[in-house]
Design a protein around this ligand. Sequence first.
Ligand code: ADP
Length: 416
Amino acid sequence: MPLLGCIADDFTGATDLANTLVRGGMSAVQVIGVPDAPLPQADAVVIALKSRTAPVQQAVAESLAACEALLAEGARQIFFKYCSTFDSTDQGNIGPVADALVRRLDCGFALANPAFPTNGRTVYQGHLFVGAQLLNESGMQDHPLTPMRDANLVRVLGRQTDGAVGLVPFATVEQGASAIRRAMTVLKESGRRYAVVDAVTDTHLLAIGEAAEHHALITGGSGVAMGLPANFRRAGLLPERGDAAVLPPMRGHAVVLAGSCSRATLGQIGLARNHVPVLELDALALPDAAALAAQALEWAAGRLGETPLVIAASAPPDRVAALQARLGREAAGALVEQAMAAIAEGLVARGVGRLVVAGGETSGAVVARLGVKALRIGPEIDPGVPWTYAEPVGLHLALKSGNFGGRDFFLKAFGA
Ligand code: ADP
């Protein structure tokens, strides 16, 4: 029975939240999409949707279906996770999804807090900052799908809901959990459906988490989830200290698949070249997914063994631009993603048990091809990137957004 049931509006956000909870001592599983089977066992289950920019109706329907699945398994508290930059438009989807969850849980009230001080996201007097900039001057005002042109979250959320939105200001948050709890009660009793809560430091987030101990619904970024494991511990539902990041023992051959062309990934490939065999696929010379996959699998066949291998489609910007000019941007991306997915499938069939995938879109393609339904979250390799155990495939998988990780990430992942 999960203690905490989470609904995340995108895939990497879900991993981020699950990882935060594991570091707090809760075991966590990330489920991909609305589940069609019983949920895996864990202290926290995070259902990863792709609802951030989906049509409003669809986002609401999928979020409610996820909520239903979590409640059916006995989840004691529901967490609606969105981006720390509050990615949304005046139509949604944060407000409409939260409204539907408030109604379903019949709780009448929820706090809203996207702050993530470690990554520079703070909320002061209801205004969201990215580093030293207001949200609407941070570059987010030009986001292609969710341009954020107002930093005042009380107004932003207010435009997305027919409920009233209040604020628990910095001065109250500074006073700690009891003061925050009292302020939220006053707002709820005065008819507010939501309270945006200021938070500038992790200490604030921990106090907010404590104040929300008995809330049926919490909405926010992964930061505000930091305070939740302590609530379950205080209630005697979670052991005092235990390692929540335990995965089945690692086995099988080890491979890195890199489909990201981000600077960090190019650097990681560069360093790996000095230590392990690296195959650089040339999608420009061989623009055919099946042929690229065949080439990679043939190369790997004689080399799978003690040392990890790296297979990279990654290329510097001029080569990427050349392939895009020839095929079009979408087709170029899809070609490489399909090649990497086919390689992953072939590698697993050949006994690979530990796979690192570099690139967000690339990871999505690999996970879909392998039929992964859930990821059990294990120990972190680098901040924000944990080892996971993919079910029902039975594979250790690390999914890395292109720009994440230090230069030695690939070597570190395999302890090489
Ligand atoms: P990141 O996390 O760095 O954004 P993604 O995997 O999300 O990485 O995106 C990288 C995109 O670039 C994918 O669509 C991938 O297929 C594509 N790609 C990878 N290698 C090449 C290449 N050599 N030429 C063109 N596109 C490429």
